[in-house]
Design a protein around this ligand. Structure first.
Ligand SMILES: *Cc1c(COP(=O)(O)O)cnc(C)c1O
Length: 419
């Protein structure tokens, strides 16, 4: 894979430019395969084998649901090998995978994933949210770690089929406003220890039950990372959703939790550049000394290296603010450091801070601890500041079908045929 296939360069105010970068990347990667090459990922070849042991839904608010270990009745899997290309995808009962102890993923972190949600709308429909951005990003992540390329449109069709099959039962119409978490994953399952580009890979998609998210009334508490713990660095892979980015952060996260914090605010470098919060993008709203109100977030491109993940939620926040709040808020995507945030707070110019990502959606920040300092921020009853609350409400309306918007991608339900 040529390095140019990885979208590390993007312009500054970049929501739209980046949309193009990701899609261009997807196209250029898929075009690398000549027409007469091995079989490509093809959802039309899906083989279906419904489970004969369907399970019951976990009760709302049960420990079982909170465990995030209950998945729906079915999953989709698809095997790739360097000799055969992509084999026929299969939809079958959810259950364990078989892996040899030598499997590449277990040793060399040859794994990438996506995080999406399937929403049950207040109009009774099932929807995904801007899913093409996720499947394009999955392709980018896969190729960053030498996993095979695929046509992202075919992955989307497989995701949609799984959602159409299990959605009707697992997101009942009587529970509008609920969601399932979708986890597309790819692992290298070569049964050999050689350190090399994988020759076998398994793509799979599962749907997991998540507890309802209640906002923290006091907002999230963030602990800033110290200089000896870095999440991402220029030339690294912090922009890709690869498993290797997460395991090594869990010591830090565990310490934060033990001290009563929810997430780490990831800083980078001597100057303490603010990058992301946990596995979410991070925003602040401040007034400049000149009196402008700005929405500030880290840039996608950072002088030759991309330190942050190009979040679908981040992008949606930027796009909504630029179309609906542009009179009030100037959007600034630039490098900024924790010192600037503290200074703004000292001078009474810091209005709010929030994290944005699919898993925790938009979460207001009530506290940031950095070195000896503890910065407190006022949040409303919903745990958010004014602007975060507004953008969150708009996005919810799209996700749950209260606003008809092209970002909401309707899934037509089929369910499991009764025999
Ligand atoms: C997944 C993720 C995000 C959020 O991306 P979304 O597409 O909005 O869910 C942000 N940062 C990191 C490190 C992530 O893994």
């Amino acid at each position: 894979m040529s390095p140019s296939a990885v979208p590390v360069s993007a312009s500054s105010l970049a929501a739209n430019d980046t949309a193009r970068t990701i899609t261009k990347t997807a196209a250029s990667i898929t075009n690398l395969q000549p027409a007469d090459a091995l079989p490509e990922l093809n959802a039309a070849n899906l083989e279906t084998n419904f489970t004969d042991a369907p399970r019951s839904l976990p009760h709302r608010g049960s420990p079982e649901e909170a465990s995030q270990s209950v998945c729906t009745d079915h999953m989709v899997t698809c095997q790739w090998t360097a000799q055969t290309g992509w084999q026929a995808p299969k939809l079958h009962a959810y259950g364990p995978l078989q892996l040899m102890p030598t499997a590449s993923v277990l040793h060399y972190a040859t794994e990438c994933f996506e995080g999406m949600k399937l929403y049950r709308g207040f109009d009774g429909k099932l929807r995904l949210f801007r899913p093409k951005l996720n499947t394009a990003r999955m392709l980018m992540s896969a190729t960053r770690i030498a996993l095979p390329a695929f046509n992202p449109e075919e992955l989307l069709k497989l995701i949609v089929t799984l959602c159409a099959t299990d959605g009707p039962k697992w997101l009942p119409k009587e529970r509008p406003g609920s969601f399932l978490y979708i986890r597309p994953t790819m692992i290298a399952n070569d049964p050999a220890l050689g350190v090399q580009k994988p020759k076998q890979a398994l793509l799979y998609v599962i749907l997991c039950c998540f507890p309802e998210m209640d906002a923290k009334p006091a907002g999230m508490k963030l602990l800033a990372s110290k200089e000896d713990m870095v999440r991402a660095w220029p030339g690294g892979f912090g922009f890709a959703k690869v498993g290797a980015n997460y395991g090594p952060t869990l010591v830090c996260q565990g310490e934060a939790r033990a001290r009563g914090y929810d997430q780490i605010l990831w800083l980078y470098g001597k100057e303490g550049q603010v990058t992301e919060a946990g596995a979410s993008n991070f925003f602040v709203v401040w007034r400049t000394p000149e009196g402008k109100t700005q929405l500030v977030t880290a840039p996608l491109s950072n002088g030759g290296g991309q330190l942050i993940l190009d979040g679908v939620t981040r992008r949606s926040v930027v796009e909504l603010v630029s179309t609906r709040l542009h009179d009030e808020l100037e959007i600034v995507e630039r490098k900024y450091d924790i010192g600037e945030v503290m200074k703004a707070a000292d001078e009474g110019r810091l209005l709010e801070a929030f994290a944005a990502g699919t898993a925790f959606f938009i979460a207001g920040v009530g506290e940031i601890a950095w070195k000896e300092r503890v910065l407190k921020l006022k949040v409303g009853d919903d745990g958010c500041g004014k602007y975060a609350g507004q953008v969150k409400a708009w996005m919810r309306e799209i996700m749950y079908g209260k606003e008809d918007n092209a970002w909401g991608y309707v899934v037509n339900e089929t369910g499991v045929p009764r025999s």
